[in-house]
Design a protein around this ligand. Sequence first.
Ligand code: G3H
Ligand code: 13P
Ligand code: ZN
Length: 306
Amino acid sequence: MSLTTGMEILSAARAGGYGVGAFNTSNLEITQAIVRAAEATRSPVLIALSEGGLEYGGKPLVDLVLGMARDATVPICLHLDHGSSFERCLQAIRLGFTSVMIDKSHADEATNVIETKRVVDAAHAAGVSVEAEIGRLGGVEEHVVVAEEDAILTKPDEAERFMEATGADYLAVAIGTSHGANKGVGRPFIDHARIEAIAARVSKPLVMHGASGVPSALVERLNAAGGSLAGASGIHEDDVRRAVSRGIAKINTDTDLRLAFATVVRETLARGPGGFDPRKILGPARDEMQAVVEERMRVFGCAGKA
Ligand code: G3H
Ligand code: 13P
Ligand code: ZN
């Protein structure tokens, strides 16, 4: 029985100075890859469903993750990623999630506080942990100008005020990363001084979204197998390690798993055009995703912590 709340996993991570991965899933194979990697490396882990993932897989997917988490020998949390409303968070809590994110980072600060506090009250009454966000992560365009556009990066004093007002358990911060496979030209800029300043005022775990490494070897393989991903770039693992040493405890990764999945499915189909057994197409993709997750767990420092 190893279904665990997010706060149990992440408070230990922040106190211990290591990071824990939150990996997005939307099917059986991705979930198996994450759980197998966690077991193989003895890592705690958060398995995340976005609202899109929840719509795609529905209750059967939720029950699958919950079942695997309960059977696991390492701590596993089921987390709602980027919940957009109180109602969505409540739906997740009723389905058995042990952590929800309420993301009102696009609203003004007052609205963000009110909506986050509402979710915190309901979630805590059910024993569920809450992630909130202040500041705003960009896509590639926003990311490129992020150093100049200070307004979208999380301000340390706002972060402190926000956490005190809401009682949220962990905080997603905008520090230069962005979602997706294009995180800016060259090595993306990560504001490490800002992480340190926020961590000095917020003792709760901090969360880094948009943390995928987007390994060039995978991108090259994807493109060689018929993909067409141009200008891809991710977060260097040294930046992730540095961020963890300054207070980041939860690190979100989705893109790297999507890349591994799409690459291997393309390669497998190209190698054996006559094959049509789903297990022979998806099995190798699952193994590649597991290798990606294991490597991330070693970089985050959570391997061996379960
Ligand atoms: O942060 C976003 C995640 O990568 C989930 O993406 O909404 O396409 O499932 P999605
Ligand atoms: P990536 O797109 O970098 O994998 O980030 C995923 C994420 O932040 C999910 O919330
Ligand atoms: Zn995110």
